[in-house]
Design a protein around this ligand. Structure first.
Ligand code: ATP
Length: 221
């Protein structure tokens, strides 16, 4: 039976990248034998309002947050494409690049619960596996989605190219970028952010941060 190291794809707005994103990516990487994870900020998210920070800033913050984690690679592929950032296009691109290598699409449980509304989601099963990270207060996924992706374990995902579902139990973190943007605008800081990301936010005056907060690390001008 063929066993090969999967490539994990983690799409999101990352506005900004936070502790739950990094913990989720590292957890999936570890479970899959230190599999590489590409974190892909979207250019034009099709299912939600436009991000506050532009693509370049979100990518810069991802680079800072991933710096100490060799298994994590910020990837600007979606930022370089025109039109809405449909995950289907990203999955097709990586499938073309990687032949029969297992591809794993990482999503939080809240996204998984709405997957049946995503653009041509039925086609995902021929392109990738799913790895789902739990998230507090997430609704249940649709039965059609559960049926399309049979549940498996990590070894199963390494033995075929696509079509299975891995449900992680951890991390389980009550963190959201929405709450973080709110905390930044009120207090200028948030414990769920990497200190280098906080410094970047202040340096570039992102998210309506108040001027110069005590206790935050600032980059040299
Ligand atoms: P926002 O609050 O702006 O909606 P977010 O915190 O949900 O942002 P996104 O960039 O939209 O972050 O999420 C990218 C991916 O990360 C999605 O699949 C989402 O489900 C997942 N994710 C984000 N936060 C968590 C979390 N706390 N636990 C599990 N998954 C998460």
């Amino acid at each position: 039976m063929r066993v090969s190291a999967p490539l994990v794809l983690f799409g999101g707005t990352f506005d900004p990248v936070h502790r739950a994103h990094i913990s989720a990516a590292r957890a999936v990487s570890r479970v899959l034998g230190d599999a590489p994870v590409h974190l892909l900020p979207n250019a034009v998210p099709p299912h939600r309002p436009q991000p506050l920070a532009d693509g370049e800033q979100r990518l810069a913050m991802l680079r800072l947050a991933c710096h100490d984690h060799p298994c994590l690679t910020p990837d600007d592929w979606e930022l370089r494409q025109d039109g809405p950032s449909y995950s289907l296009n990203t999955l097709r691109h990586f499938r073309e690049q990687h032949g029969e290598r297992p591809l794993v699409f990482l999503i939080g449980a809240d996204s998984f619960a709405s997957l049946h509304h995503w653009h041509r989601w039925e086609e995902y099963a021929a392109l990738c596996h799913l790895a789902i990270v739990p998230r507090p207060d997430s609704p249940l996924a649709a039965d059609t989605v559960l049926a399309r992706f049979p549940e498996s374990d990590a070894r199963g995902l390494c033995q075929q190219a696509a079509g299975l579902r891995l449900m992680l139990k951890r991390p389980f973190l009550d963190v959201s970028a929405t709450a973080i943007r709110d905390a930044l605008a009120r207090k200028g800081t948030c414990p769920a952010l990497d200190p280098d990301v906080i410094a970047h936010i202040h340096r570039h005056h992102l998210y309506n941060v108040p001027d110069c907060q005590p206790g935050t690390k600032h980059e040299a001008p």
